[in-house]
Design a protein around this ligand. Structure first.
Ligand code: B12
Ligand code: SF4
Length: 249
């Protein structure tokens, strides 16, 4: 039987920026769209569903709500996006709750923070099974395939993800986020971000992008137009942001 997979964004703790401006996480959607060709994927964003806790009391509430969610929803594999360093603490909390409830299931983490600091996910009692650095598509697909045959690894394993070539890009699978959007954005999406290209060949010292393999890849203009068109037709947002690391190179 194929494993069930949850792709989740864990939120950020003690973040001074307000919650009003939060939107669908495009990177998780990109990753999920690739994996959903082969596997059953569920999308969850605890930042939107539960909130961004800013005090010990709010963090306790967050913990309780996440535990409730996992008690009612079990997956074979939990994929957590510690996308920026702002999500490090919430990633640990969500992983700990899941590990406590389901000690034998697989936990995978990826995103910019693990890419920069993979050792920070080698923690007590093998909290994480895999830490994916760089792009997630190929690495996560292989992890899922291997899990099918060999189960969890013996210890936390750091994996360097290989870069997705432009011919391997898949269209956004908006069905993945549809139930979530309808539940949490009853008035529709005000704003959405799309990527029309990926990567950047430059090496600015303050930017994480250079830690990937510095290959710029893009949709063709026709594909880019189609992807924007499909997204707008479906959700009619007020704003579509093009969020490329190096747009139009
Ligand atoms: C677009 C973007 C945004 C958009 C996001 C739009 C959206 N709704 O998704 C906006 C403007 C909202 C934004 C906000 C912020 N951003 Co920003 N953003 C970017 C940017 C420019 C592009 C990212 C990109 O190219 N993605 C393309 C996709 C395909 O690649 P990807 O995101 O890396 O995803 C892949 C992997 O990370 C991996 N992966 C991701 N999750 C998972 C999970 C699993 C399980 C696995 C296996 C793999 C995996 O697989 C994905 C597919 O290959 C980057 C980089 C840059 N040059 O500045 C900064 C960047 C990511 N942002 C950054 C920061 C700090 C922020 C903010 C915290 C800023 C702030 N103070 O508010 C917020 C956080 C928002 C949030 N809620 O998380 C930093 C993160 C650095 C760090 N170590 O923390 C970056 C790297 C810029 C930098 N300074 O270096 N951002
Ligand atoms: S994405 Fe922008 S800031 Fe980052 S390395 Fe490229 S040019 Fe520099």
């Amino acid at each position: 039987m194929k494993p069930s997979i949850l792709l989740a964004y864990p939120s950020s703790f003690n973040c001074s920026i307000g919650i009003d401006d939060v939107d669908i996480k495009t990177s998780l959607l990109v990753l999920g769209s690739y994996l959903s060709k082969k596997y059953s994927i569920t999308y969850m964003d605890f930042e939107i569903a539960v909130g961004r806790p800013n005090s010990p009391v709010q963090i306790k509430r967050f913990e309780r709500k996440v535990r409730e969610y996992f008690t009612n929803n079990q997956f074979d594999i939990l994929g957590l996006s510690c996308w920026t360093s702002m999500s490090y603490l919430s990633t640990l909390m969500v992983a700990r709750i899941y590990r406590e409830l389901y000690p034998d299931n697989l936990i995978v983490v990826g995103g910019y923070h693990p890419t920069a600091r993979p050792e920070e996910f080698k923690l007590d009692k093998q909290l994480f099974d895999y830490v994916v650095c760089g792009e997630g598509e190929h690495a996560f697909q292989k992890i899922i395939d291997d899990y099918h045959t060999s189960g969890r690894p013996q210890s936390t394993t750091i994996v360097q993800g290989t870069t997705t070539a432009s011919e391997q890009f898949v269209p956004y699978d908006w069905d993945l986020v549809d139930t979530f959007v309808r539940k949490h954005f009853p008035d529709g999406l005000q704003k959405m971000y799309v990527y029309l290209s990926r990567g950047c060949p430059f090496d600015c010292s303050f930017c994480m992008e250079a830690l990937k393999d510095r290959r710029w890849r893009s949709l063709t203009p026709q594909q880019a137009y189609e992807q924007m068109h499909i997204a707008v037709e479906r959700y009619n947002p007020g704003i579509v942001g093009i969020a490329d690391a190096c747009f139009g190179l």
